[in-house]
Design a protein around this ligand. Structure first.
Ligand SMILES: NC(=O)c1ccc[n+]([C@@H]2O[C@H](COP(=O)([O-])OP(=O)(O)OC[C@H]3O[C@@H](n4cnc5c(N)ncnc54)[C@H](OP(=O)(O)O)[C@@H]3O)[C@@H](O)[C@H]2O)c1
Length: 347
């Protein structure tokens, strides 16, 4: 059985990546893909990697027909204003924007600076990290995919917070990100001479993804996360370096056990920690195009600091891959369907 699936906002980077995956999914028929800027144009003209894989053309969102499931790949603050229209088109929706990630409307207003248009719907959406919300996803009609920086940080730290192993007010996370995180609309900062070779601290404090981390990691306790984001000279990928302080004198073998217990059976999480060689810790470059999240750690021998290193491809595990994994769970398919391939090496 094939599900009829459509994408709204398919000319963007996450929409294009989702299309790359959906076109090869055995249980999917891609029905319509929308773009207002490129209506009527062949998809491959905008996503040249899809040449000879599809002869689909972009349609306008005004011409949408009903389908089984709708992916929303729109900029922030679009889906919440049109959600009733989208609900009338499809019984199931996966939104890749930030609109329905936070459960608390007050937190949304605090971090996004305006009132949420549909606070009544926030609890209808399951937060989109499959490793944390698998069972809820199997019953869900609406899923809100997680932010890419939040995904890497949350997956890196989740086993520690779940087991109450770290101090609650001393978590420091620094994320280094590639340029595709900003989407396909250029601005002054993404102009090539200004963006190339950059190590630019673009959000040292108050990054909105912090709110998702607090929501998913606090487990009912008061938690503080000090988060900073830096743009580096990379197109895809992100690396989260997370500094936490252990409550007890745990050894590395104890930490190994915690991560193995949490993620040993996870198809898309790999613990990467080697004692020698050049690939000792996670590296985003090796994950390009894949749905893996690689997580490593190292305990500081002179203190109780644990450094957790987490890497993903922001457009895959941080967006389209995560969304497809959720799609599989939501529809009763093996969650690995359409996602089981390794990265490239060398790249
Ligand atoms: N990039 C990432 O790494 C990443 C990761 C996780 C989540 N996300 C989230 O995913 C969403 C999409 O991100 P993206 O990187 O794919 O963005 P993008 O490359 O800028 O694409 C956005 C899409 O939305 C359409 N669009 C733009 N402005 C619009 C408007 N005012 N009204 C309706 N449609 C509009 C654009 O197409 P047309 O103008 O052709 O219609 C385009 O297809 C965002 O909410 C982003 O926060 C992004």
């Amino acid at each position: 059985m094939k599900l009829k699936v459509s994408i709204i906002g398919a000319s963007g980077y996450t929409g294009g990546e989702l299309l790359r995956l959906l076109l090869f999914h055995p249980n999917v028929e891609v029905n319509q893909v929308t773009s207002e800027s490129y209506t009527g144009k062949f998809v491959y003209k905008i996503h040249p990697n899809l040449r000879k894989t599809t002869m689909l053309k972009f349609t306008s969102a005004n011409e949408m027909q009903p389908c089984d499931l709708l992916f929303l790949c729109l900029p922030h603050n679009r889906s919440q204003n049109k959600i009733d229209e989208y609900k009338n088109l499809a019984p199931k929706i996966i939104d890749l924007s930030a609109d329905f990630r936070l459960k608390d409307a007050n937190e949304y207003e605090k971090w996004y600076g305006h009132k949420h248009a549909r606070p009544d719907l926030l609890n209808e959406f399951v937060y989109g990290i499959p490793e944390l919300h698998r069972e809820e996803m199997k019953k869900a009609n609406y899923i809100s995919s997680a932010g890419c920086n939040a995904t890497a940080s949350i997956l890196g730290l989740y086993p520690l917070y779940k087991n109450n192993l770290v101090e609650l007010d001393r978590t420091v996370i620094e994320v280094k990100v590639g340029s595709s995180e900003g989407g396909n609309k250029g601005n002054e900062g993404s102009h090539h001479p200004e963006r190339a070779n950059v190590v630019r601290s673009y959000q040292p404090t108050q990054h909105r993804h912090t709110a998702e981390m607090l929501q998913e990691l606090s487990f009912g306790q008061k938690l503080t996360i000090h988060f900073s984001a830096t743009a580096i000279d990379m197109v895809r990928g992100l690396l989260a370096t997370c500094h936490v302080f252990l409550k007890n004198d745990l050894q590395e073998k104890d930490i190994w056990k915690v991560y193995r217990d949490a993620y040993g059976n996870e198809p898309f999480i790999r613990i990467v920690k080697e004692s020698e060689g050049i690939y000792r810790y996670p590296e985003p470059k090796l994950l390009i195009g894949t749905n893996y999240c690689d997580i490593g750690f190292k305990k500081d021998e002179f203190s109780n600091r644990l450094v957790v290193i987490s890497a993903i491809d922001n457009l895959m595990k941080g967006a389209a891959g995560q969304a497809l994994q959720a799609f599989n769970l939501m529809n009763g398919f093996d969650e690995r369907t359409g996602l089981e391939f390794p990265g490239l090496h060398p790249i």
